[in-house]
Design a protein around this ligand. Structure first.
Ligand code: SF4
Ligand code: SF4
Length: 273
């Protein structure tokens, strides 16, 4: 088969969901104007939102959702054993996403709060890469359909996969939005990887960083701004921790910069640390 004049072998595509809301899968089937062309690149063998076909033979697996039960661990490992390219699709799969919030509480309290006295098997949330080897991550809650198409087409045609390096702020400015800091809101746009088209700030909602850190993020300036604007450490942490997408070095850097900046701020304001 040819795609844009390039000879390609039609790979077998599988899409699976684990713990998540299925919003990322829905994104894939949502854009009717490109859906038929996109799916014609593959032999779709598992994708329950789009097809009733089922097969255990596939080349590429797009996996949505995080891992929160033991049977999911086994199922994910079985998929890993069968597939050539395993792609984590969306924030839940890449970093736990909103589900990760439950890891901040004792698991028994979480179960009681949601299910009362019912016996439910659930465990601390893990991203896919904490359980199996992941070949590629496409972040976002939900993912951007245009970005998924671009990346998956590059995978199939052997083209270079490119992600933006700049932050959401760049896309927000391109849309001539008024900065949400001027409305008194914290927005993680200055430090979050672009690619979503700044959809939240364009809707007057501060970015919560679902796409994780931008390569070129200037954390020092960001913390300067949020502390100068009078936001507390707890308010900053709440934003950063919402999707768990900053877990790791980025979160540690931010935490130490907050401490350093708040100490300096207090020293100059005559507040005792
Ligand atoms: S990343 Fe967001 S949209 Fe995708 S499954 Fe998770 S909660 Fe749903
Ligand atoms: S603006 Fe931020 S929270 Fe909203 S979709 Fe983009 S990266 Fe995610």
């Amino acid at each position: 088969m040819k795609y844009l004049g390039i000879d390609i072998v039609k790979p077998r595509l599988a899409v699976f969901d684990f713990t998540g809301c299925e919003g990322c899968e829905l994104q894939l089937v949502n854009k009717e104007e490109t859906l038929v062309d996109f799916l014609s690149l593959f032999e779709v063998v598992n994708f329950r939102e789009a097809s009733s076909d089922k097969s255990d033979a596939y080349d590429i697996a797009l996996i949505e959702g995080c891992i929160s039960r033991q049977d999911e661990v086994e199922r994910l490992k079985a998929i890993r054993g069968r597939v050539k390219i395993l792609v984590a699709l969306g924030s839940c799969a890449c970093c736990g996403g909103v589900n990760h919030l439950k890891n901040g509480f004792p698991i028994e309290d979480v179960v009681r709060q949601v299910y009362g006295d019912r016996k439910i098997e659930t465990e601390k949330v893990r991203s896919l890469k904490e359980v199996v080897q992941v070949d590629l991550e496409i972040p976002g809650c939900p993912v951007s359909k245009a970005e998924v198409e671009r990346i998956v087409i590059a995978l199939v045609t052997g083209a270079e996969i490119r992600m933006p390096k700049y932050p959401v702020c760049v896309e927000c400015r391109q849309q001539l939005n008024t900065c949400l800091f001027d409305f008194g809101e914290i927005c993680l746009g200055p430090i979050t990887l672009a690619g979503c088209g700044a959809v939240c700030p364009s809707g007057k909602v501060g970015c919560r960083g679902c796409r994780g850190p931008a390569d070129d993020a200037n954390y020092e300036s960001f913390i300067d701004v949020v502390v100068d604007k009078g936001f507390t450490e707890a308010e900053i942490r709440k934003k950063i921790e919402f999707f768990n997408a900053f877990e790791g070095p980025a979160k540690d850097t931010i935490a130490s910069l907050i401490q350093k900046r708040i100490k300096t701020f207090n020293a100059f304001s005559g507040v005792r640390a």
